[in-house]
Design a protein around this ligand. Structure first.
Ligand code: HEC
Length: 118
């Protein structure tokens, strides 16, 4: 292979890997990746079911307007009774902040009950 072809191939490869690195997930994407599985509204989401049992007015995280950043941050870092903690290597403080901003500004979805009527 001549030198010029090799060089331009390297340039193309470099450009590809760079554009992938630039795609940093935002608050909504990190919420979907790290929190939604347990915290989305409706049945089948363990956190929503437990928080509904605990009497929170809005059992899902989306739609909660009463959450303070410091409280959410310490729950995320330390975990709770059944919630696992997240390390800085998984989510940075800035990413936790973005998730928080997303949660308190997102349009609340329709809240179907997570628990069957008793
Ligand atoms: C494996 C399931 C699971 C995941 C993943 C999870 N949580 Fe939780 N979370 C829970 C459960 C269950 C509770 C209810 C309290 C308890 O018993 O731990 C909870 C409680 C909370 C609370 C306290 C709410 C209140 O009203 O006191 C906050 C805040 C919270 N989670 C934020 C988050 C955020 C932000 C993420 C994503 C970074 C997340 N959680 C990911 C399971 C999870």
């Amino acid at each position: 292979m001549n030198k010029l072809v090799t060089l331009s191939l390297l340039a193309v490869l470099g450009a590809c890997s760079k554009s992938e690195e630039e795609k940093v997930p935002d608050g909504a994407e990190n919420y979907a990746l790290y929190c939604a599985g347990c915290h989305d509204p409706g049945p089948g989401h363990p956190a929503t079911m437990l928080l509904e049992e605990m009497g929170r007015p809005v059992p899902s995280l989306i739609g909660r307007k009463d959450l303070e950043f410091d409280y959410l941050h310490s729950v995320v870092r330390q975990g709770l009774i059944e919630m696992p903690p997240f390390r800085v290597t998984e989510l940075t403080d800035a990413q936790v902040r973005e998730i928080y901003d997303y949660i308190i500004t997102a349009q609340p979805p329709k809240q179907e009950p997570a628990l069957p009527p008793s």
